[in-house]
Design a protein around this ligand. Sequence first.
Ligand SMILES: [Zn+2]
Length: 261
Amino acid sequence: MKISRIIFYDEPSVPEINLDNLIQFTHKTIGILPEKRRSILTYSNIETLKEIAASRIFKLSKPYKKHIPTIEEIEFEKKNVIDTSANQNITYYDGFELQNALGKTIPKNELGENIFHVIFTNKFTCTYDHNDYRYHGRALIASNPSIISTTGIIEAPAKPREYYIELITKSRQGVNLDTLKEKYKGTFLEYHDSRLSKIVEGYFLQALFFYETAQPFCDDKECRLYNAHWQKDLLYSQLETEGICKRHKEILEKIRIKTNS
Ligand SMILES: [Zn+2]
């Protein structure tokens, strides 16, 4: 195992992440007690903020192209340093560009491969898929640092098909969407969902497995490493299962042993 230290950067506007819970979970699972830090944005300088603004994407059908951020876009990132709760409308970011920009805020003496940085953010990370020529939302941008996007967790795995069909027909008819949400309540995660604290454990495990083994996902729905494309599957594999499948348990055990040696 490469890792001997883990640092979590909080997203203060989403207290439901419950980093203290994740710290305990990590300690129990791999025997390392992670450190908790403020939002990574509070460590950034103006150059990083400009890079974050430049990592925005505007057309989901086009691959990333660097753009010079406007003053408004830079101002928006400056405000985010103090308060991220103002992110009302969803802004899309290229996940790898954002990862690159945020990585620059990490002090040089903490860039060793033994220190694993996990950044929580409510910024919506997306990656371009050359197979279908469009961007897709992502909950996790793995590597070091890894980014776990709370907006990605809510927006990337799809809601039930019937929900979308009703959403389209009902919005045409001008029907109140709150009633629709009420009807499907519980079938998908909502903003500030109390289940987030449990869900982030699974994404953290995927980030850890990616960094340690380059294979973050499992095909087994009964395993928390299952790469869910539907909210239903995400809720199932993170909340309803026993945890990790036998094969991954064995790998995790090896990781744990190396950590402690
Ligand atoms: Zn598994």
